[in-house]
Design a protein around this ligand. Structure first.
Ligand SMILES: O=C(O)CCC(=O)C(=O)O
Ligand SMILES: [Fe+2]
Length: 231
């Protein structure tokens, strides 16, 4: 019971060797465990701390039903609110969000190359927004599609801090079939192609599982880079 992995082992995909290569979870959906080094993770966590200082703070987006999400988010490039992108955070303080960093474009391209192995596709990939989510130990994210982008380019996801159970489903329904994947600190997950509009969510954060030295002793950060297709 001390491992933190309290879910049944099947169909949970356990992270094994940290340097295990890419695994295809569904067509177009690839999980790369342990992709970022601890040093890279720490560096990104330090950037996260800068982003949360503004101009737009970390905030829980309010869903149309009036309930705030349990996850808190800060955006880069374009600000997302349910369910659209704008340059200014009208639902927070009206300020324009930080520019999308060049280093993150480069990281997105490296991620694409790692996941799909197609150098030309990777070189073309130019994400222009990132939703940077912070999960405390009770936060979750319900099953949803990322479909507010006008582009079908893949979504690149990076995780730091505590592990979580990430549920990756199908494009038709919020329910089965899905695969539960353990996403740990440093993991990469890319979904594009036939999986670009698959439902997915975070069912549980596993407190106390952040590795020593990742820069985030508790809680979980997830960055999803996307191409808005907007200008
Ligand atoms: O936290 C995650 O791993 C997923 C986040 C997500 O699906 C989103 O921000 O749309
Ligand atoms: Fe999503």
């Amino acid at each position: 019971m001390s491992s933190g992995w309290t879910e049944p082992l099947f169909p949970l995909e356990l992270p094994d060797a940290p340097d295990a290569g890419p695994r295809v979870i569904a067509p177009g959906a690839v999980h790369v465990p342990g992709w970022l080094s601890l040093e890279q993770q720490r560096w990104i966590v330090a950037r996260f701390e800068e982003w949360t200082r503004g101009p737009v703070p970390l905030r829980a987006a309010v869903l149309p039903g009036g309930h705030p999400m349990s996850v808190r988010t800060v955006c880069l490039g374009w600000h997302w609110q349910p369910y659209r992108y704008t340059r200014e955070a009208f639902d927070v303080n009206g300020r324009r969000v930080l520019d999308f960093p060049d280093w993150m474009v480069r990281l997105g391209r490296k991620a694409m190359l790692e996941a799909y192995g197609d150098a030309a596709e990777a070189a073309r990939y130019t994400p222009d927004t990132a939703l940077v989510n912070f999960y405390d130990e009770t936060a979750k994210m319900g099953m949803h599609q990322d479909k507010d982008e006008k582009s079908r380019a893949p979504v690149v996801s990076l995780s730091m801090g505590d592990s979580c159970l990430f549920r990756f489903g199908n494009t038709e329904t919020r329910t089965k079939p899905y695969t539960d994947v353990g996403l740990s600190s440093g993991d990469l997950f890319v979904f594009g192609g036939a999986s670009r509009f698959a439902y997915h969510g975070v069912t549980k954060v596993l407190p106390g599982t952040a590795p020593e030295g990742c820069g985030l002793p508790r809680g979980r950060i997830n960055i999803t880079m996307r191409v808005t297709g907007m200008s």
